[in-house]
Design a protein around this ligand. Sequence first.
Ligand SMILES: [Zn+2]
Length: 117
Amino acid sequence: MIDGACHCGALSWRTPHLPEHLARCTCSVCRRYGALWGEVDPAATELSKSNQAREYLTGDKMLAFVFCGRCGNLSHWRSLPGHGDRMKLNFRLADPERIRDLHVRTFDGADTWRYLD
Ligand SMILES: [Zn+2]
C-alpha cells in the first residue's frame, strides 16, 4: 500500500501498488500544477470522502483535476464518464522516501503526447 495526503489532511488516497514510473507532463494544466503523476487502477484506489474536494474540469471535459479547497494541493485526476476509466494520482502527496527510486519521465502533453525519453 502507498498513501498520499494533502498538506492539511482533508484529502487523501491509498493505492495498492507503486506505479512503474512517475511522469511530469508538459501540458498547459500540468506544467502549472507541477504534479508528479502515477497511473493507478481506479477500482483498487481508495479516495477520502471530503467536503473539501474541489474539481477543475478541463475545457474539453475529458477529465477532472481534484484539489483541496482548504490547502490547495492537487490530489489526482480522473477521466469523466464517456472518456474511459483512468486515474492518475499526484505522487507529490506521498512520502518522498517511498517514491525516491521511481523513474521520473517527461510526458509531452503540450505537443506530441509521447514520452520524451
Ligand atoms: Zn488540504
